[in-house]
Design a protein around this ligand. Structure first.
Ligand SMILES: Cc1ncc(C[n+]2csc(CCOP(=O)(O)OP(=O)(O)O)c2C)c(N)n1
Length: 683
């Protein structure tokens, strides 16, 4: 066995460690220099910690980056991406070659400025927005314990390691995340804090006096502080953390830009190339005489050995998994397999049929509750939760049991009032694999978890947000709780499916779309107030949309098509579809032929073929109705169109009063329709 992978630190000659760490340092220095941009200081400072972690502890195999029982390594301080890329190259990931390091931050490279999930094998999650990584890692560590409780040590037995900097710990999300992790006693989570006391503006003492150890300890973590350049101390601390019955914080006192005589220990090392002269000085100081991007053969060979360290463990795991699965116990395999089982398709079809025949008048949040009750029975890997609004969001299925430190076989997470950490943890759960996470809050609080939702969209992962109380229709809680700009703001996020179903049938269809969207997160915007079910299973009089059974999957579809040529098309979402239907009736009484279109998901409608869009929208003038600000409605309404909705904040009053006072009524829609028809007539 290679000296570097021997279990005892004492047996290993110290210079070898320094050389191994220096390989990381100089790859970071050289790549940042070549790119003329990037962050060398953090990789230089944490190279020793990373070397010990990867060479002694991390269970991973570059030959199979997605091996389910690998340890997860999250670089929460994503600006230090070269630390990760250097490790991926050195340990032998195919994706990260020396050429890729030379193309750091360049168009088309596998080495973007910050690590991007799905872009580079070995990158477990996208990081860069500080604090997201550590919170996402909490979700991964939670998923590991939940899977372990279900499938046992033979199949699920791994750690989640995080490198986080001062910036990550200053961000508010870190507090929500560590609090949740401490509460759930996620003892497989080990955070290595790059405790260098420097951020961009200078010393962290400019802005922060927190006692981080005390803060983590107060949240139920094990804590320790070590010299982040002492391999023996690093090893001992990680060893201890792995045995803890709590999550662990190891504050690694490090020197940013370690080895650079003119920059180390200062903010100058944080985010700029060192420059040729300083690099020469650093080579001299660290006794690294090699040319840029040149790693001595023996150092590279040792790193590659480290890359092969867990190959045996992976093979043994595959054997165990094969045995388990061939014995007919395929539950773990099914959970890891992202496809929905046939029993789900049947369950959903039955529920849709029930809604269509019962035609209940219920809030869409209540319809969602019935969906969840049904699908929880057929999707064992559905993992629910809410940020302390379970009884308002109606997110807990009758069959779901709370997850607690002692009941990791539960399937419902009380995230507490921690929307941001909930969304990031859901990302981590989805990334880890084995579960379909969903979580609830009020739509007005989407801003609290938006940064994590944005990352889910960027990563292309399946997480489902149940956001209830989706308009002024929530009534008396008033404008603080009434979303007006949120739909527009969420629709602006690429690859995020924003659904606003209008009745029970649409709610089930929206859930179905969200569950089938394997590469997009979804938001289900649901009403507090009761809405009549207008769908009877087909799309009413719609000739156009019946080509698929799930009408919501088309994004928008015709609910009412009048006899003869349309005079006007009324387009609405969610609770306003029933207002549009009433308006169409009153227009019909006056001989005006109004079509009604329900548009539960703009994003999916935008993806439909143009001829379908044209047929749904029609040639007649259009009126849009949504109890929210106009946002990008104009795109669907055309020049003669009109929008009926909100132009400012709501108010505290009963819902019916608010709709009346803000002019979102069938009469107002009918008036707008007549005006639009008038405008569109040739002069
Ligand atoms: C949410 C967020 N805010 C701001 C930034 C910009 N930023 C990147 S690194 C950094 C300083 C981080 O300091 P620290 O974690 O101590 O990193 P170090 O200087 O030690 O590399 C800032 C403000 C960011 N990436 N994300």
């Amino acid at each position: 066995m290679n000296a570097l992978v021997a279990p005892s630190v004492a047996a290993r000659p110290e210079p070898a460690h320094a050389e191994m760490a220096n390989a990381i340092r100089f790859l970071a220095i050289d790549a940042v220099e070549k790119a003329k941009s990037g962050h060398p200081g953090m990789p230089m400072g944490m190279a020793d910690v990373a070397t010990v972690l990867f060479s002694r502890f991390l269970k991973f195999d570059p030959a199979d980056p997605a091996w389910p029982d690998r340890d997860r390594f999250v670089l929460s301080a994503g600006h230090g991406s070269m630390l990760l890329y250097a490790l991926l190259y050195l340990t032998g990931y195919d994706d990260v070659t020396l050429d890729q390091l030379r193309s750091f931050r360049q168009w088309g490279s596998r080495t973007p400025g910050h690590p991007e999930y799905g872009h580079t094998a070995g990158v477990e999650t996208t990081t860069g927005p500080l604090g997201q990584g550590i919170a996402t890692a909490v979700g991964m560590a939670l998923a590991e314990r939940l899977m372990n409780a279900r499938y046992g040590d033979d199949l699920v037995d791994h750690f989640t390691y995080v490198i986080a900097g001062d910036g990550c710990l200053m961000e508010g999300i870190s507090h929500e995340a560590i609090s949740l992790a401490g509460h759930l006693r996620l003892n497989r989570l080990v955070v290595l804090f790059d405790d260098n006391a420097i951020s961009i503006d200078g010393a962290t003492s400019l802005s922060c006096s927190d006692d981080q150890l005390a803060r983590f300890a107060a949240s139920g973590w094990s804590t320790s502080r070590i010299d982040g350049h002492d391999p023996a101390a690093i090893e001992a601390a990680i060893e201890k953390a792995r045995r803890s019955d709590r999550p662990s914080l190891i504050a690694c006192r490090s020197v940013i830009g370690f080895g650079s005589p003119g920059r180390q220990g200062t903010e100058k090392a944080h985010g700029a190339p060192l420059g040729a002269e300083e690099i020469e000085k650093t080579r001299a100081a660290l006794a690294w005489p090699h040319a840029p991007f040149e790693i001595p053969a023996d150092v590279l060979a040792r790193w590659r050995d480290i890359g092969g360290r867990s190959r045996g463990a992976r093979r043994a795991w595959i054997e165990r998994a094969r045995r388990d699965w061939s014995n007919g116990r395929s539950a773990c395999h099914d959970a890891l397999n992202r496809k929905l089982p046939a029993s789900y398709t049947d369950g959903m079809a039955q529920l849709l049929a029930r809604f269509a025949s019962e035609r209940p008048t219920i809030a869409t949040r209540q319809a969602s509750q019935r969906v969840i009750d049904e699908i929880a029975k057929v999707l064992p890997n559905l993992l629910g939760g809410s940020a302390d609004l379970t009884h308002s969001n109606l997110t807990q299925a009758k069959t779901q049991k709370p997850v607690t430190p002692k009941a990791m076989d539960g399937n419902y997470i009380h995230y507490g009032v921690r929307e941001h950490a909930m969304a990031a943890a859901m990302n981590g759960i989805a990334l880890h694999g084995g579960f379909i996470p969903y979580g609830g809050t009020f739509l007005a609080f989407a801003d609290y978890n938006r940064p994590a939702i944005r990352l889910a969209a960027l990563m292309g992962i399946r997480v489902i947000h149940v956001m209830t109380h989706d308009s002024i229709g929530l009534g008396e809680d008033g404008p603080t709780h009434q979303p007006v700009e949120h739909l527009a703001a969420l629709r602006a996020i690429p690859n995020l499916l924003v659904f606003r179903p209008a009745d029970a049938v649409e709610t089930a269809e929206a859930w179905d779309c969200a569950l089938r969207a394997e590469t997009s997160p979804s938001i289900l915007c649901l009403s507090r107030q009761a809405l009549p079910t207008f769908r009877d299973g087909t799309a009413g009089g719609n000739q156009v949309a019946n080509r698929v059974s799930n009408q919501v999957s088309l994004g928008a579809y015709v609910v009412v098509e009048p006899e003869g040529t349309r005079d006007v098309t009324l387009i609405a979402t969610g609770s306003e579809v029933s207002i549009a239907l009433q308006a169409a009736k009153s227009l019909a009484d006056q001989g005006i032929r109004a079509a009604v279109v329900s548009a539960p998901c703009f994003d999916l409608f935008r993806k439909q073929p143009r001829d379908y869009q044209t047929r749904v929208l029609g040639q007649a003038p259009r009126v849009g109705v949504e109890a929210a600000i106009e946002g990008d409605w104009a795109r669907w309404l055309g020049e003669d169109g009109e929008f009926i909705g909100m132009s400012g904040f709501g108010a505290s009053a009963p819902a019916e009063v608010l709709y009346r006072e803000f002019g979102i009524t069938p009469a107002a829609v009918a008036d707008a329709a007549r005006r639009s028809i008038q405008r569109s007539r040739p002069l």
